[in-house]
Design a binder for this molecule. Structure first.
Ligand code: LLP
Length: 421
């Protein structure tokens, strides 16, 4: 029996045309899918008639300016974890107060930028409080990121809570951090929690109690709470979707209890990355060879972990389909890229275990799609083996637009050639 794969987000004729026009490997994004997800989050309502007051995009998932611009126009705020992300968000047209810097340390460049423009700041480590307070014109209002003592994600590497995570202010250290903030003239106006990425409803809602406890510590100055991101997407064809209704219901309940405690209105914020962009993107790649090495048959494609590192890094699953061959009989294959490293295989489990995938037998020149690659795909790409960063295309109102040129060899070498003696 053929293993079902998810439907391709765009028609095959279009994908073929893009491969011709822009070459492969190629990231293809569908604006309609992206905005459908944004609308879903912005429109979610609990039984009290309220929802998320702010949806803040964690741009680390995919910082392409074209996607940032679309989300900004759609009313989604943005998060930045580095100076580079501050610069991107500004370049995409976000005003400084719509951008929240969220990290566990400030580097010197970031502090200089916070002094120059009124960015919002979410503090993940106590030492950041003095450092921020020492910057003359930086914001005097902060939100604090709480590490609730537990975390959870699709892989241990993406759990961001508990003592094995460097993230956030340890829940027991919150009272002293609040005092420290006040001593330095900072007002704590928000609380934030993010326990990990690609988690599930049960774990994501465990942090509600931690936020309620933290709200009691902060008291009257509190204006907002953030439930963080971490919402999962169905990477496999038969996987159930995340129950967003239960999520919004739960968090509106937390918000209502905090409002009751503090006798004031509290804004509720959500900070997803993956949920907004994973499903709108696919990685298109061309088959360049087939070979058998012992018991495994390999399909060799022109994309590798320099384009999409998630399988090599986390044993993450991406559905794979071959254009024009959906109805042909399937056989087990390992799908591997061009890199000179054995980990360059898209079909692997945790710890690098080979996981042969049932696929139609491709021919050289066929186009292969790696599905749901919009989040943490291009964002985590590298120049390993001096491979070039792929081009990226956005389809909007049936029009395709190049939103990132394929990197050139000139650009690849530029920074070194400039230093040549
Ligand atoms: N907020 C904070 C503070 C975060 O650290 C992250 C992700 C997010 C929000 C967004 O999480 P999301 O909604 O996308 O799950 N490279 C990994 C994911 C690492 C996520 C890091 N932080 C992957 O490919 O699965």
């Amino acid at each position: 029996m053929n293993q079902p794969t998810k439907a391709r987000i765009l028609p095959d004729e279009l994908l073929r045309e893009f491969a011709q026009r822009f070459g492969t490997p190629l990231y293809v994004y569908d604006a309609a899918t992206l905005l459908a997800r944004a609308t879903e989050l912005l429109d979610a309502r609990a039984s009290d008639g309220r929802g998320f007051d702010f949806v803040r995009y964690a741009q680390k998932a995919n910082p392409n300016l074209a996607l940032l611009e679309l989300l900004r126009e759609h009313g989604v705020l943005v998060d930045a974890v580095s100076s580079g992300e501050l610069v991107r968000a500004r370049s995409a047209g976000y005003a400084p107060h719509q951008i929240q810097f969220c990290a566990d340390l400030f580097d010197r460049d970031t502090l200089a930028r916070l002094g120059a423009e009124p960015f919002a700041v979410n503090v993940g480590s106590p030492d950041m409080l003095e450092q921020l307070a020492a910057v003359p014109s930086a914001t005097r209002e902060v939100t604090l990121r709480v590490n609730p003592g537990f975390g959870h994600g699709h892989d241990a590497k993406v759990s961001t809570g508990g003592s094995t995570s460097k993230h956030g202010i340890w829940h027991e250290a919150l009272p002293s951090a609040v005092l420290r903030a006040r001593r330095h003239g900072l007002e704590v106006v928000g609380l934030h929690v993010h326990i990990g990425s690609g988690s599930d409803l049960e774990n994501l809602t465990r942090s509600g109690a931690a936020l309620e406890a933290a709200a009691r510590v902060v008291g009257a100055s509190l204006e907002s709470i953030s439930a963080g991101g971490g919402l999962p997407v169905p990477y496999r064809a038969n996987e159930a979707r995340f129950d967003l209704q239960k999520h919004v219901e739960f968090w509106c309940g937390v918000r209502a209890r905090i409002e009751g405690q503090l006798q004031r209105r509290i804004d509720l914020e959500l900070e997803p990355g993956r949920y907004l962009v994973a499903e709108c993107g696919l990685l298109l790649s061309e088959v360049r060879g087939l070979k058998r090495n012992g018991e495994h048959e390999y399909v060799l494609v022109d994309a590798g972990f320099h384009n999409l590192v998630r399988p090599a890094m986390y044993g993450a699953w991406h559905d794979i389909s071959v254009l024009g061959r959906d109805n042909e009989p399937h056989e087990p294959f390992l799908v591997a890229g061009p890199l000179c490293e054995s980990a360059d295989v898209f079909t692997q489990g945790k710890g690098g275990a080979p996981l042969p995938r049932e696929l139609p037998r491709p021919r050289i020149g066929d186009l292969v799609c790696l599905h749901d690659a919009g989040a943490y795909g291009a964002a985590m790409a590298s120049n390993y083996n001096s491979q070039l960063l792929a081009a990226e295309v956005l389809v909007e109102h049936s029009e395709a637009r190049l939103v990132r040129q394929r990197q050139s060899f000139e650009h690849l070498l530029e920074a070194e050639l400039r230093c040549r003696r």
